[in-house]
Design a protein. Sequence first.
Length: 186
Amino acid sequence: MDNLRCSWCLGSPEYIHYHDTEWGIPVYDDATLFECIVLESAQAGLSWITILRKREGYRAAFYNFDPVKVANMTEQDVDRLVQDERIVRHRAKIEATINNAKAFLAIAEEFGSFSDYYWAFSDHKVIDNQAQSLQEVPALTELSKRLAKDLKKRGFKFLGATTCYAFMQATGMVNDHVMDCPARQE
């Protein structure tokens, strides 16, 4: 089965587990969407394996991804977290996480949930690209550009079109499992 999976995940057991159990599965609950958006914005400019290996550290540092608690974090929390080796110690990314929690909560309040806001971008449907190979999978799309632009307008940081596309893939709005990948059928 290993050689049938999407080739991007074959480099480590963490990648394989993430690919097989999470990546591309539609997510509709706000708690998981917040976790994914935090991790995707932390990944900007880094490899995804770095973030996967620091995921438990992020859970501990950011109150198990509770957006209310994260939104209430202070400058003292930022000072503490830039010393925390369990996460990416990039001050602007840490500040963006706190900022993004506030924007996330504002969107959830305005639309009833962040999920309702987010999934409206795809008319509440999964976009199935039916890629035959990894080379056919885009890094960004017009939809990810639209999502990024709207999130930025609403105050989000560290979420450009490429990061938004990775978020869309991770949360299953986009199915980019290659056609012969067993996970695509599940």
